[in-house]
Design a protein around this ligand. Structure first.
Ligand code: NAP
Length: 249
């Protein structure tokens, strides 16, 4: 994507990123901050969130919020509490990037551990629905809010041996399409889907252990799209799947 974001593109905007401690989410949180946003870092490993916090603070960007939360076990009450804290601290939420995900097992369906299946489904599909449901009121306080869900090529078209990861991402795409349709004429929230394609992260290394990471694009290369979707320039985009897997070769 040739989009060149303005340096202060996200000034005055508050954006929550799930899975902000590592991989694409970490890079997105840093880039959003660099472009003026106040970010809320949600993730399950507090030390990783603190490291992102420190990097943002050391750079002199707007100080982020930290929301330690394991999406596998977080209760509805904890999500309601998070939404209340965001509403009272920031008064509006201008962006929500659903990025956290679990890979689960890459094996035949018949061999899949069904407890793991349910955990992956919960983190990748149910938790984003629960979070979105609770954060919609504070997103509606924004004149121009962006809701983005992260899928995968195997989510758009599930493939053999990708198990609960593929099925959960397929479900997540369904939720995104439902919300895009439902919110388009009833709110100022736009809803879109990102497929980052092969990207150099811990998840990619775990899915492709024999791959040379140097052959895979970095999270930084994805950032023009992520900035575009979280900023005002993407106003009017709704119900779209932004597929960057074409960048892979
Ligand atoms: P990653 O390196 O594994 O990072 C995922 C982040 O999500 C980590 O910070 C992780 O926390 C967090 N997370 C996982 N389970 C969580 C839970 N239960 N509660 C809260 N946070 C949790 O993954 P990534 O490659 O950056 O992937 C980011 C997104 O892009 C995912 O939705 C993935 O499906 C999608 N995607 C990635 C690729 C790729 O090639 N990388 C391709 C297509 C789609 P910890 O660090 O504490 O484990």
């Amino acid at each position: 994507m040739n989009y060149v974001p303005a340096p202060d593109l996200l000034s005055g905007r508050t954006i929550l990123v799930t899975g902000a401690g590592d991989g694409i989410g970490r890079t997105a949180a840093l880039e959003f901050s660099r472009h003026g946003a106040t970010v809320v870092l949600l993730g399950r490993t507090t030390s990783k969130l603190e490291s992102v916090y420190d990097e943002i603070a050391d750079a002199g960007y707007s100080l982020p919020g930290i929301a330690p939360m394991d999406l596998a076990t977080a209760t509805v009450d904890e999500m309601v509490e998070l939404a209340n804290v965001i509403a009272s601290t920031y008064s509006q939420l201008d962006g929500l990037l659903h990025n956290a995900a679990l890979l689960g097992q890459l094996i035949p369906f018949e061999a899949y551990d069904m407890n793991e299946w349910m955990r992956v489904q919960h983190v990748n599909a149910n938790a984003p629905a629960l979070l979105t449901r609770n954060l919609l009121p504070v997103m509606k306080q924004s004149p121009d809010a962006s809701l983005a869900f992260t899928t995968s090529s195997v989510g758009t078209r599930p493939r053999a041996y990708w198990g609960a990861y593929a099925v959960s991402k397929h479900s997540l795409e369904g939720l995104a399409m439902l919300l895009a349709d439902e919110l388009e004429n009833t709110s100022n929230i736009r809803t879109n889907i990102i497929n980052p394609g092969a990207t150099r992260t811990p998840m990619r290394a775990s899915a492709y252990p024999n791959e040379d990471p140097a052959t895979v694009k970095t999270p930084e290369e994805l950032m023009p799209l992520y900035l575009y979707l979280m900023g005002p320039d993407s106003k009017g985009e709704n119900g779209q799947l932004f597929d960057t897997s074409w960048l892979d070769n």
